[in-house]
Write a protein that binds this ligand. Structure first.
Ligand code: ASP
Length: 282
């Protein structure tokens, strides 16, 4: 079984949802799907998560954020309508706006709604089961993840059918939603892969893996086919930021290989990251 995570650019619009579906249909082993909030559709676009942070800041200062909120709401409704998904999101958005206006929602809970709505839509589109991250990712009081409890909770909720899980958040012992730091949906995917003993954790993004050079400097650099965890650490010291730093540990301790793939070039094998690569010696 494969756990697959799609980042914000893979969730940005209806066209990207179609690509995600094709990727899943191409391999029936891809059964557990983690999604980010909708990202940028083009260079000048906004990330939904950024808009949610902005909305919360507005409300804290007593400034009306209806305009920004409408940008968020309309992005999801547009995806829904373009794909013909039957899902009543209007009521959920209205209830959310009310809580925002009354200042009765925390920043973490508000920004987590980007991933939540992405997952609701994707689950309905694929006819997969929606499993809320709030129902299995448990944080300790110090903000670290209670892996033992979280893994058991996820195992008890995943049955034969495919599932879609929102990335980026979980709950504190008191039940409040808490998010990881930015880019944290990668961690959700790694935790799900570890909990379910996946054969591989595929992390789908908008580049074909770890590139051999900075694409802002070198035109169309090639991706590195294989990297060990230790080499990856060296690369991230050197500034190559592909994954959230908290992604490695959960999969490394279970010996699960991590495969970085490109949603816009699904035939490309991407980069495989694992403990070591044994070269065959005759
Ligand atoms: N949407 C969140 C962010 O932009 C989390 C993620 O996409 O990984 O940081």
């Amino acid at each position: 079984m494969k756990v697959v995570k799609f980042g914000g650019s893979s969730m940005a619009d209806a066209g990207q949802y179609r690509k995600v579906r094709d990727i899943l249909l191409a391999d029936p082993g891809r059964k557990v799907v983690i999604v980010s909030a909708a990202g940028k559709r083009n260079k000048n676009d906004n990330k939904i998560t950024d808009l949610l942070y902005l909305c919360h800041a507005h409300s804290q200062y007593g400034v009306d954020c209806s305009g920004v909120f409408e940008l968020i709401r309309s992005r999801y409704l547009q995806i829904r309508d373009e794909l013909g998904i039957q899902l009543d999101l209007e009521q959920e958005f209205a209830a959310l706006k009310q809580r925002l206006d009354k200042k009765s929602i925390t920043q973490d809970e508000l920004v987590s709604r980007g991933e939540y709505f992405s997952a609701k839509l994707m689950a309905a589109y694929l006819d997969f089961q929606f499993v809320d991250a709030a129902d299995w990712i448990r944080f300790h009081m110090d903000g670290t993840v209670d892996k033992e409890n979280s893994y058991e909770l996820l195992q008890s909720q995943v049955r034969g059918k495919g599932v879609v899980i929102p990335g980026f958040y979980g709950v504190m012992p008191d039940g409040h939603i808490r998010t990881f730091s930015r880019g944290g949906s990668d961690i959700t995917g790694a935790l799900a892969a570890a909990a379910l003993d996946a054969d591989v954790y595929e992390n789908w993004t908008d580049v074909s893996g770890i590139l051999m050079a900075d694409p802002r400097i070198v035109d169309d650099p090639k991706a590195i086919a294989e990297v060990s965890y230790d080499e990856l650490r060296e690369l991230s010291y050197a500034g190559a930021q592909v994954l959230h730093e908290g992604t490695i540990m959960p999969v490394r301790e279970k010996g699960i290989p991590l495969n970085i793939r490109n949603t816009n070039d699904p035939e490309h094998p991407g980069t495989i990251i694992r403990e070591s690569f044994d070269t065959e010696v005759d």
